[in-house]
Design a binder for this molecule. Structure first.
Ligand code: ARG
Length: 470
């Protein structure tokens, strides 16, 4: 190549793709177009993808081994520059892909310019983002496992502690603390499996789909897929560069999980009030008031109650971006990243905070028990006894019990405080034996159906979960 053969670039046009452009973009265009401000978080995934791609290009004799080696070394230098905070991210180079490729070429020269053979930024961003979201699925699974263990520890300590079970936030029937904690273990277990399931589905490599149609270069997509830990390459190049359903699945699973966290957070807020006194929150997860010296506010729980708003917001935002987009890639899709980054950060912080709070919360066993006995919580036990001992149809037993509840209410006492004579005003067949089912301890011990609140059932479920999580 002589001096005069060299390609001429117009002033101001993008150095990476500006061949056909006479001038550079408007400053505001640069601002709206650039993603480097946020997609620099994908630097490690971008470098991993490029290393796999370069090694494959050499193995398929599309570039020389020497070029591949220069690229490999150069990418390692770029990686260390970024990690040392010495890398200058340039907005005029739009995104992480062009920033890294441009710097690579500055370092290694011509081999750097050969890296983009047989690929496009469209498959590049798709592979980078999948790798990132895949890591977040792993982090969520890890965070959930730790949180489930914290709930299990609580469940084990209080497998037979009696507390009120609620419907409509009205006292319904006595349950055990362990049973209530295990309800969350079940929810979080399903969250965990949702992330594992999404991860399995997203674990296909879009790299090599190129711009949208695949490439004429004799690339080996199976090789790059394996190098990046994917199960296989994606099977349709158009789909590969244009869907973000893997991100939508991650966001959806995150939103469901955050909904579960929000419900327990709300219970902690209620339970820690002076009116309930079910739990004492640790100083580590509460704050004081600047004016009211007696206050201890459940701020962490309140924030956990609200984080779902942010995560669901991100989910709705990405669904809205993706709906109605014609195939294949459109720049709209650059709007995927900030939402997912924020949702993932929020979820991981929430899981960590909830784990800390669950571990540091102390249940007030006495208050739980007192509350369990309030509100005629063993009325169903009384009705069940009438069915079992006297052979009454359940509807009739329900009615008889209702009359006794009304009587107790008018006397301002609890069901076990009614005398046998008073019981007879509702049904003459009632015997002394009825008192044996009216205590809250008796009540929970009797709920032995599979998945019921009896302490033995609770212990069996704790053992099952411990084996699953081990
Ligand atoms: N920054 C872009 C994004 O995040 C990368 C892909 C750009 N592709 C393109 N053809 N302009 O979506």
């Amino acid at each position: 190549m002589t001096q005069s053969d060299k390609p001429v670039k117009s002033m101001g046009a993008n150095t990476m793709w500006g061949g056909r452009f006479a001038s550079g973009p408007d400053a505001i265009m640069t601002a709206i177009n650039a993603s480097i401000g946020f997609d620099q978080r994908l630097y490690a995934q971008d470098i991993a993808g490029s290393r796999a791609h370069a090694a494959m290009l050499a193995a398929c004799a599309i570039i020389t081994d020497g070029d591949a080696e220069a690229i490999r070394e150069g990418l390692l230098t770029v990686l260390s520059e970024i990690e040392a905070g010495k890398f200058t991210f340039r907005t005029d180079l739009e995104d992480i892909h062009l920033n890294i490729e441009s710097r690579l070429t500055e370092i290694v020269g011509e081999p750097g310019k050969r890296l983009h053979t047989g690929r496009s930024r469209n498959d590049q961003v798709a592979v980078d983002f999948r790798l990132w979201v895949r890591d977040q699925c792993d982090a969520a699974i890890q965070g959930l496992t730790t949180l489930m263990q914290a709930f299990l520890t609580q469940a084990e300590a209080g497998a037979d502690w009696v507390m009120p079970g609620f419907t409509h936030l009205q006292v319904a029937q006595p349950v055990t603390w362990g049973h209530h904690m295990l309800a969350y273990v079940e929810m979080l277990g399903r969250d965990r499996s949702r992330f594992a399931d999404a991860r399995k589905r997203m674990n296909e490599s879009p790299l090599g789909a190129a711009a949208l149609a695949g490439t004429g270069f004799p690339i080996d997509r199976h090789m790059t897929a394996a190098a990046l830990g994917f199960d296989r390459p994606t099977a349709n190049s158009l789909d590969s560069v244009s869907d973000r359903d893997f991100a939508l699945e991650f966001l959806s699973a995150s939103a469901i999980c955050a909904t579960h966290l929000s419900r327990f957070a709300e219970e902690l807020v209620i339970w820690s009030t002076a009116q309930f006194r079910f739990v004492k929150l640790s100083d580590k997860w509460t704050t004081g008031s600047s004016i009211m010296p007696q206050k201890k506010n459940p701020d962490a729980a309140e924030l956990l109650r609200s984080k779902i708003g942010r995560i669901l917001g991100a989910t709705v935002a990405l669904f809205t971006v993706m709906k109605g987009l014609p195939l294949t890639y459109s720049k709209d899709m650059q709007e995927d990243k900030e939402q997912v980054f924020d949702a993932a950060d929020t979820l991981m912080l929430s899981l960590a905070a909830m784990t800390g709070m669950v571990s540091d919360t102390t249940a007030n066993r006495e208050a739980l028990k007192t509350a369990a006995a309030s509100g005629y919580s063993t009325a169903t036990d009384l009705a069940d006894w009438l069915v079992r001992a006297l052979g009454l149809p359940f509807r009739e037993a329900h009615h008889v019990t209702g009359r006794l509840v009304a009587l107790a209410e008018s006397k301002g006492c609890d069901l076990p405080d009614l005398t046998l004579v008073e019981m007879h005003s509702a049904h003459t067949g009632i015997t002394q034996e009825v008192y044996s089912v009216l205590g809250v301890e008796n009540s929970v011990r009797s709920r032995v159906s599979y998945g019921g609140t009896a302490p033995d059932q609770v212990r069996a479920q704790i053992a099952r979960w411990k084996a699953t999580l081990a």
